[in-house]
Design a protein around this ligand. Structure first.
Ligand code: F7E
Length: 322
């Protein structure tokens, strides 16, 4: 019997890679999307275009418990991957309320419908390294205390605790991945990596003149999204549910990312990158570095792609887009 998976956030970078992975493994893949996405597939479902025939999409909203309830009841999934969220940290400073409402209630609603309609299923929650925020230890492990620095980070800490409590209080199978930054050519343009690679490509082709960024000294542990969705799947295959840090263990600055991306198109980033204080965050997460030893030991997971290759793959993709 093929397994059935239900994914929230299926239209995003991770949702699209995860769908591909699960289809390859023979799963029936279902996704929850906004009605507006179904009405505008060219723009809103562009990451799923090549697999749209193979998956089933259901209109629903993370803000509407009844819509989620109906879908979970109908699909009766074996595995639920809850990836949907307002995931842009900067925006969470502009609209704390909608970020916290969507992320926290969305997670709570999904957990509750899972408990009501599919308690035998396994549930994955997309936690984030933003939960560590003002870090207490370097590198960060599953035992590092949380100190979130944005409404986004706060919503993820709360989601993480509710998810764990559904495991402890009701005996349900819930696992959280504490995923550090993960990127790819499918990354949204608002995130710093794609902003850099798309501008480096455009500048090299004479289509743009400069790139305005915020904090160039921020340090992130950047991995490849394809590796990270594999970790999500592995987490739900264990007999016992648990929580795992997923990271490369290597950090680089935004500046270094710029240097490599521009170097790949034969340019010196210092001639094109400018900073604007408006793009600095009111509370910055200065540096993140994850320790994924537990995932390696327990899941056999390891990143397969290097930072350098990630940057090159993204720049190459953006060059081809022009
Ligand atoms: O920023 C700095 C910025 O927006 C990375 C999300 O997937 O990963 C992501 O969150 C760094 C920050 O990602 C610009 O200040 C400088 O220090 O690409 P980002 P993020 O905030 O780390 C975590 C794990 C998630 O869970 C999130 O959902 O880059 N930075 N200049 C800039 N960032 C942006 N976006 N734009 C700039 O112009």
């Amino acid at each position: 019997m093929p397994q059935t998976a239900l994914i929230t956030g299926i239209t995003g970078q991770d949702g699209s890679y995860l769908s591909e992975l699960l289809l390859k493994k023979g799963y029936n893949v279902h996704g929850i999307v906004r009605r507006a996405s179904i009405e505008d597939p060219v723009h809103r479902l562009h990451r799923l275009g090549h697999i749209l025939e193979d998956i089933e999409l259901h209109p629903g909203s993370l803000e509407s418990y009844p819509s989620l309830y109906e879908i979970v009841r109908k699909v009766s999934p074996d595995e639920i991957y809850h990836l949907g969220a307002q995931s842009f940290v900067s925006y969470s400073f502009e609209d704390e309320f909608s970020t916290i409402n969507t992320n926290l209630n969305g997670t709570h609603y999904m957990l509750s419908t899972f408990r009501q309609c599919a308690p035998e299923a396994r549930f994955y929650f997309a936690g984030s390294s933003e939960m560590f925020g003002k870090v207490k230890n370097v590198p960060q492990t599953e035992d590092t205390p949380f100190h979130p620095r944005s409404a986004y980070g706060i919503s993820k800490v709360a989601g993480f605790h509710i998810t764990r409590n559904y495991r402890e209080a009701y005996g349900l199978y819930t696992a959280s991945g504490i995923l550090f930054n993960h990127e790819s050519p499918r990354r949204g343009y608002e995130f710093v990596t794609r902003k850099i690679t798309s501008h480096a490509a455009a500048i090299s082709k004479g289509k743009a003149k400069e790139l305005i960024l915020g904090n160039l000294d921020a340090e992130r542990d950047w991995g490849h999204a394809q590796d990270y969705v594999h970790a999500m799947w592995l987490m739900l295959q264990k007999d016992e549910a648990d929580d795992y840090v997923i990271a490369t263990g290597t950090t680089n600055t935004v500046r270094k990312f710029c240097e490599l991306a521009f170097e790949h198109v034969g340019l010196d980033y210092r001639n094109y990158v400018k900073t604007d204080s408006k793009l600095f965050r009111p509370a910055e997460v200065a540096a993140l570095q994850g320790d994924a030893n537990k995932a390696e030991e327990s899941l056999g997971w390891r990143p397969t792609k290097t930072f350098q290759n990630l940057v090159i793959e993204m720049v190459e993709h953006d060059l081809a887009q022009i």
